[in-house]
Ligand binder design. Sequence first.
Ligand code: ATP
Ligand code: MG
Length: 440
Amino acid sequence: MQGHINPQRIPFKVRAIASALKEGGGQPFIVGGSIRDILLGKIPSDWDIAVDLPPGDVLAIFPGACTVGIEFGRVSLGDVDVVSLRAEKDYEDRRHPAKVTFGVPIDKDLERRDFTINAMAWDPFSGEVFDPYGGLEDLKCRALSTVGGPLNRFQEDPLRILRAVRFKNTLGFNLDSRVTQAISESKALLAQLPGERIFIELKNLLLSPSVYRGVMDLYDYGISSIVLPEIDKAPGAIGRSLAACRPDLTVRLAVLLGMAWAGTPQVSDDVERFKCRFNLPAGLARDITWLVANSSPDEILNKETLRGAWRGSRKEEPGYYDDPGYIIRRIVYHWGTHQLERLFEVKHAIWRGSGKGGIPKGCLFLASGMWSLQQSKACGAKDFEVALDGADIMKVLKVEQGCIVGQALDYLEEMVLRNPEVNNRESLFKILLEWWSKQR
Ligand code: ATP
Ligand code: MG
C-alpha cells in the first residue's frame, strides 16, 4: 500500500481549516477514518483534523464552532471535527475515559484509536504519513487489527466490537482469530452501553451494501442476542430481505421489525419500546409503525387512513375500497408519496427474503394504484387538499363554527379522494349543498 496522498483529494474546506490552524500556530494532521478512506480510494463521510493546540485555542480560531464534546478536545465545523491531540486513560464507565491529557505527540494520540487502519495521520503541509502501528500494511492485506491487544481495547470500550463487525463488512476486511476470540470474551459488555451509541454503529451496518453478511456476523458472533435480538428470529431471511431494499433507514428498520414481529398484534407498543431502547426520533418510529402495521391494503384502510366517519360506509359502498387508485390517493394524502414507495419496497423486500418468487398480491395492488396515480393530473398530497375551507362552508351553509363544519370538510375530503376532478370550488359548492340538503 502506497502511503502517498494527493492533496487534491482533500476538499477545499478541509484544506482551508488546516491552513487556518497552521496560521494560528498549530500543526494540523488529517487523521483517522478520513485517511483510511482516502488511501482506500473512497470518499470519507466526515473529516477529522488533529492539532497540537488546546481546545480553547482552536475555539479562538473558529469562534462559531460547535463545542459539544469540547471536554474531549473536539470542536466541530459541520462535517469536519478538529480534535486536540490527546491521550486517554481508564475507561471507567466503558464509554468516557476518566483521564484525558492534551498536548501529547501525534504517536500518542494515534495510540488511543481503535484499529491500526484508523490510527494513521497525514501532515498536509509536508506530505508525510505517520503510521506507527502498521495501518498501511493492514490496509494492504485487508486485515483489521486493534492498536494494542484486542481484549483490552474491547473491554475499555465495547463499542469497538460493533465497529470491528462494521468495518469487516463495509470495507471487506478480515478479523484475525485474536480479534474474534476477544469479541467472544467481551461481547457481554455491550449490554452496558447506551442505546444511542449502539444504534450509531448498527445504523452504519444496516445501511451498508454488505448488510446480509453484517447481519449474519452479528448472529454468528452472538452479538445480536445482546444488541438486536430481533435478528435472531430469522437471521438469514432478514439479512436477505434487508439486502433486497434501498439503504433507507425507515425502510430497512420496517423490514427488520416487520419480519421479527410477523403476526404480533401490538406493533405500535413494540415500536415504542424499540424507539426508547435506541432513543430514536418520534417521526421515524411513527413511519415505521405505519409500515409494519399496514401489511395489506385492507389494513391500511381499516387501521390508519380511513377516518372513523367512513368506516361504516365501507359495506354500503364497496366499490371504492377495492379501487387501488382510491387507496393510493388516501395514502399519498395522509402520508405522502415517499411513504407509499416505502410501503411497496418493504412488502417486496419481505417477500424476497422469504425465498418466494414473483411479486406478492399486495405489491401488485399497490403497483397498479401507483400507476393509475402517475397517469392522473392529481398525483401529489397537495392536489387532494380540499379547495374550500371552513370559512367557505360557514358562509354557504349559513352556520356558525362547530362540528357540522368538520363533518362537511370530512365529507368533501372523501369526495375529492374518490374523484379528484371535483376538487374545484364550483363542483365542491354543489356537492356541499347536496350533502347539506340530506342532513336536514
Ligand atoms: P466513519 O467512516 O463512520 O466516519 P470512522 O473510523 O471515521 O468511520 P468516526 O466516528 O468518524 O469513525 O471516528 C473518527 C476516528 O476516531 C476513527 O477513525 C478512530 O481513529 C477514532 N475512533 C472513533 N471511535 C473510536 C472508539 N470507539 N475507540 C477508539 N477510537 C475511536
Ligand atoms: Mg469518520
